[in-house]
Design a protein around this ligand. Structure first.
Ligand code: FCB
Length: 476
């Protein structure tokens, strides 16, 4: 399929996503406080090569040029996150310089005609909150609402789309259960408490947002995984049920039905808890406060089967399809299947966004642009990039096939409103450090140069060809 066949509805919101800790650097600038990711990444052995986000893409100092890059690519909407420790570096202290940084960023986006989508929490919890128990402590919920309110009040008129949390699964299960992300705990009781408090803080922030009567929309971003059974046996289907509860339903059921899947409570969490007393009687109602949209991050699928010896009786099979550099199977159909399933079982006509989708590949920078430029106008900023390139054909194919899966959903009337590619540029990939490159723009970390990969040019073309009159035809 050529890019010209990729057609989407008029006003489809093509975007790219990033997050604060992954790109900003400037960790000591303008009074920023320590975050759990500063602490974690500076603890030896936690991150690949002991790398950290101290400098990252130096976006804190280069954001104007990065906004020019967005504009040049024709990006319509930009999803980024606000670093909580820039706003509240210490308990009870607001840092105005942090607030003003994000005001400059938001103003810069508006000046360039790009719609902002702001994530309130993309994992960089202030360390002072972790010192008091982090997400295990119900008090953190209160602090999150104070933080959210301040941003709603400051930026309510500048931000049409708010995302309370990015991937609570990672915050709670990777951070407190599996120990692979900050704060690095391995305690499933702690993970259950953390997940509950994250969700509660989401619900309360949504209520606060609506109470303030702001014009924009608010939702949450969940990372969902398409889970399949290795065989049709009852036991393997049981393994799917449990894995699906773990990756997907713990959060979907809570946000859309106000309940947690019993099967996972029993199999994973209850053995590690004295009681579920941290779930107060009104909490589930708060967590399921109606939202304006759901954000879905989709990267891959899992194939699972029953395994007697495993404590949860689940075994995840090794990849049988080609994978990305993360070892994640490339499975575009899973995106279609998930969107369809979420719509049918949870969201109905609620607007959906793909808030992240993309891939890491072993990109090689070449001294010459190796492919034709796809008819892109060379503006000032791009001229400075001429002469270097990255021929990332695999990423182009990955994106094209996932766009196609999304389009299939739209053709069937699915309410998908936008698509944020992860990521604008290569960045600090959490526990993987800088070893995994997800950008459509290459970052040369030694010089902080940004170099367009072929996927950026491909995406620019896709965006350019959209918003055309003939788009409705493609819905036939
Ligand atoms: C998601 C995260 C994002 C990025 C991608 C690859 O889980 O939200 O920050 O790391 O994975």
């Amino acid at each position: 399929m050529s890019p010209t066949e990729v057609k989407f509805p008029v006003n489809f919101e093509w975007g790219v996503a990033t997050s604060s800790y992954q790109i900003e650097g400037g960790v000591h600038e303008d009074g920023r406080g320590e975050s759990i990711w500063d602490r974690f990444s500076h603890t030896l052995g936690r991150v690949h090569n002991d790398e950290n986000g101290d400098i990252a893409c130096d976006h804190y100092h280069r954001f104007e040029a990065d906004l020019d890059l967005l504009q040049m690519l024709g990006i319509k909407t930009y999803r980024f996150s606000i670093a909580w420790p820039r706003i509240f570096p210490h308990k009870g202290q607001v840092e105005r310089r942090g607030v003003e940084f994000y005001r400059r960023l938001l103003t810069g986006l508006h000046e360039r005609g790009i719609t902002p989508a702001v994530t309130l929490y993309h994992w960089d919890l202030p360390q002072w909150l972790q010192d008091e128990g982090g997400w295990e402590n119900r008090e953190t919920v209160h602090h999150f609402v104070v933080y959210a309110r301040l941003l709603f009040e400051e930026f309510g008129s500048l931000v049409p789309r708010w995302i309370t949390h990015n991937e609570p699964w990672c915050t709670a299960f990777l951070g407190y259960g599996l120990g692979e992300h900050a704060p690095g705990l391995k305690d499933w009781g702690a993970a259950a408490r953390a997940a509950h408090h994250v969700l509660l803080s989401h619900g309360l922030a949504v209520k606060e947002f609506h109470r303030l009567g702001l014009k924009g929309e608010i939702g949450i971003t969940l990372n969902l995984n398409h889970v399949e059974a290795a065989s049709d046996s009852e036991q393997d289907r049981g393994a799917v049920n449990l894995t699906d509860a773990f990756f997907n339903r713990w959060f979907l059921d809570a946000v859309f039905r106000g309940e947690y899947p019993q099967v996972l409570k029993e199999a994973l969490f209850s053995p590690h808890l004295d009681s579920w007393g941290f779930v107060h009687s009104e909490d589930m109602k708060v967590i399921s406060t109606p939202i304006d949209f759901l954000g879905i991050n989709y990267y891959s699928r899992s194939v699972v089967r029953y395994k007697e010896e495993d404590s949860m009786h689940v075994e995840r099979l090794p990849a049988s399809l080609p994978t990305t550099e993360m070892g994640w199977e490339i499975y575009p159909h899973g995106l279609y299947a998930l969107l369809t399933r979420v719509r049918a079982e949870y969201t109905g006509e609620l607007p959906l966004f793909i808030t992240e989708n993309g891939a890491a590949f072993a990109d090689e920078l070449t001294e010459k642009g190796v492919t034709e430029d796809g008819g892109i106008e060379k503006s000032g900023i791009e001229k400075s990039l001429v002469g270097k390139g990255v021929a990332d054909a695999q990423r182009v194919e990955f994106l094209r096939d996932h766009f196609d899966a999304a389009l299939q959903f739209i053709r069937e009337g699915g309410p998908l409103r936008g698509y944020y590619v992860w990521s604008l540029m290569d960045n600090f990939e959490w526990a993987e450090g800088y070893s995994k490159r997800f950008g459509i723009v290459y970052v040369d970390y030694a010089t902080q140069e940004r170099i367009l990969k072929d996927s950026a040019k491909f995406y620019q073309k896709v965006i350019n060809q959209n918003g055309l009159e003939d788009v409705l035809e493609s819905r036939a």
